[in-house]
Design a protein around this ligand. Structure first.
Ligand code: ADP
Ligand code: ZN
Length: 641
């Protein structure tokens, strides 16, 4: 009892002391100039109760009432000694703030023969600054460590010590009962295959060693966030039934030199004691960044940590069975030494899932969720190119939350769609009142929808809505085609036409003078696309040439070959010509389509103003009463439903 109270008091003292050390840390980081603090303190020490404006101070100067001036903060503050009839002719100390740019002040002071002194922002004595900024905290912390180690030895309260600085913070699960198995991971089959092999090594190492096979010590998982890298590492540990250590690279990067390296040493010590096991280092780029490449030269702490990691990986014998799995999405910035044989010599790329992968991942996450029959995971996968596994898990979770909010026992299509809309388009705003503006927006959106629908090469219409979302007043969604990296010329033109379709509808229906600014982002997209067709894809009369570099925008063809960033004049003119030609052609097409369908557009707009949101099927049904729709190729639709 008595000891606990004593301990609490000590902890309170430590907390207070730590806070003051925290303030020192700002100093170390240079966040606040120490000079400023010190001078302000000095100012405060003087009597600062009375103040005076700079203008008044000048008057005092002229009247000869000022006796002495002390300047601080690079002449931004002054403490003056003055006496005047106003002040009862008694000498007083007064503070004056000097405006920036009052540069003739010193000149004036000399003129009036005032006794003045400028107090420069003096540097602290190097030793004192070392002592207070570095040595004292280190002494203090060493004291702390000593205190806690001893108090533990005394057999005091058990439990983890709050001050295990040099100890690894890795979360360690002796028998990982994460419950994660390979069945919970979908859509990344190649990576899974690679890892199944590792599992069999961990289970029966003799099978491999007997034929002299070496299993890699380090495997680097490379891929965007949320694609299942952590999941994979957990699954191997679980499937092989070996301990699992997990740590984030950023946890090694510390304020104090040497601590990161000590943690690495500690982690590997624990790991080899528990071999065979898996060590998972997430965000390994936080430690593994190329050495000497940091901002402002090197970062000693990080380099020491990285060197320690390299030493440890070289040190342990492969057949001991410590397998290090690193994860990063920036393999390009890793230090080459990390990738050498015997270290992370095997790389496994984990990509964003494709459409089929998304269906499989959705299935995994729908397992424990009651879905109503109208929910189609295939349709959802179609809508979500670019989504990671984590995004998809999040989507279904969001839908489940919505279902709870609406007090439903099953998740229906409505919640799933609402969740997808939120994640793709942002939170919905309140619908507009039925004004002329809303009508105009309706025509604009229907213009996009109808051009996109009648063009064979355009993506299929998903839905059209007048509910504002994420900055847009109305939205037309198309189901994106799976492979956005390989688009045909026809598909690009169709996209330009449909993007111009909104403005074309405004123009045809309301007339030229009523065209609004609402289409500005449409126009930007159109111009970009058309320009790329000319300069990158060779889809114009200039011919099949890449005129500029995809990433750098560097110009390939020009007066002085490759060095310039400007085209030779005639090439530049021709590019502009071709871009204009494409856009003009597409605008004509868009206007044509809108004019041809004018009657049905009016009908659809009325309906849309009524229902706010219309899905693609309903839209197409209305449209077929008037015109024949092209048969768009969606081979995968039939395969699954
Ligand atoms: P990473 O480590 O690549 O950033 P995680 O493995 O932490 O991603 O994934 C986060 C979550 O996203 C997982 O817990 C899981 O719910 C989900 N997830 C990600 N990828 C997949 C996948 N391929 N299959 C199933 N679920 C996945
Ligand atoms: Zn638009």
């Amino acid at each position: 009892m008595g000891r606990n109270t004593f301990r609490n008091i000590i902890i309170a003292i430590i907390v207070i002391a730590s806070i003051s050390i925290g303030i020192k840390k700002f100093d170390l980081l240079g966040l606040e100039s120490p000079e400023t603090i010190r001078n302000t303190a000095q100012l405060n020490q003087n009597v600062v109760s009375s103040r005076m404006t700079y203008g008044r101070f000048l008057e005092y100067l002229e009247m000869g009432w000022v006796k002495q001036v002390d300047l601080y903060d690079n002449s931004r503050n002054a403490i003056i000694q003055a006496s005047s009839p106003e002040l009862g002719n008694r000498p007083q100390t007064i503070r004056v703030e000097i405006p920036v740019g009052a540069s003739q002040l010193i000149q004036k002071l000399k003129e009036y023969n005032i006794d003045f002194d400028a107090h420069p922002a003096e540097r602290k004595n190097l030793f004192i600054s070392l002592a207070s900024n570095i040595i004292l905290p280190i002494l203090f912390i060493s004291g702390l460590i000593y205190f806690f180690q001893n108090s533990e030895n005394l057999g005091g309260t058990s439990g983890p010590s709050p001050m295990n600085l040099g100890k690894s913070t890795a979360r360690f699960e002796r028998r990982p009962d994460t419950g994660i198995t390979f069945k919970d991971i979908a859509g990344i089959d190649e990576a899974k295959g690679e890892f199944e092999e590792i599992v069999s090594f961990l289970k029966e190492p003799e099978k491999y060693t007997i034929v002299g096979a070496k299993i890699p010590k380090g495997i680097l998982l490379v891929g965007p966030p949320g694609t299942g890298k952590t999941l994979l590492a957990k699954a191997i540990a679980n499937e092989a039934d070996v301990p699992f250590f997990s740590v984030a690279g950023s946890e090694f990067v510390e304020m104090f030199i040497g601590i990161g390296a000590a943690r690495v040493r500690d982690l590997f010590k624990k790991a080899s004691e528990n071999a065979p096991c898996i060590v998972f280092i997430d965000e390994i780029d936080a430690v593994g960044r190329e050495r000497g490449a940091g901002v402002g030269g090197g970062n000693d702490e990080r380099e020491q940590t990285l060197n320690q990691l390299l030493t440890e990986m070289d040190g342990f014998k492969e057949n001991k069975g410590v397998i290090v799995v690193g994860a990063t999405n920036r393999v390009d910035i890793l230090d080459a030494a990390l990738l050498r044989p015997g270290r992370f010599d095997r790389q496994v790329t984990v990509n964003l899932p494709d459409r089929l992968g998304r269906v499989e991942i959705l299935k995994v996450h729908a397992r424990n969720k009651p879905l109503s029959d109208d929910v189609s995971l295939v349709q959802l996968a179609n809508r979500t190119p670019g989504f990671s596994g984590a995004d998809l898990a999040n989507l279904l979770n969001e839908a489940a939350i919505l279902a709870t909010r609406y007090k439903k026992s099953k998740i229906t299509k409505k919640e799933v769609n609402e969740a997808a809309d939120r994640i793709i388009g942002g939170i919905a705003g309140t619908p507009l009142e039925d004004t002329k503006n809303k009508r105009l927006i309706a025509y604009h959106e229907v213009g996009h929808a109808i051009t996109g629908t009648v063009l064979k090469s355009h993506d299929e219409l998903e839905k059209i809505t007048l509910t504002p979302r994420g900055g847009a007043k109305g939205l037309t969604w198309f189901t994106p085609n799976e492979d956005q990296t390989l688009l045909s010329r026809a598909a690009l033109l169709a996209r330009i036409i449909a993007t111009l379709g909104g403005r074309a509808a405004e123009q045809v229906v309301f007339g030229e003078p009523e065209i609004t600014t609402g289409a500005s982002s449409d126009l930007q997209q159109v111009t970009n696309l058309a320009r790329q067709m000319v300069t990158r894809f060779g889809m114009s009369n200039i011919g099949p040439m890449a005129l500029e570099d995809e990433n750098t925008g560097q110009v390939f063809l020009g007066g002085n070959m490759t060095s310039g960033s400007e085209y030779a004049e005639n090439i530049a003119d021709r590019i502009d010509d071709e871009v204009c030609k494409i856009i003009n052609y597409c605008e004509q097409k868009a206007i044509e389509i809108i004019s041809d369908n004018r009657v049905i557009i009016d009908l659809i707009v009325e309906k849309l103003l009524d229902v706010e949101t219309m899905d693609g099927d309903e839209f197409r049904k209305l449209l077929t009463t008037y015109t024949v729709l092209p048969n768009k190729n969606t081979p995968y639709q039939s395969k699954f439903n």
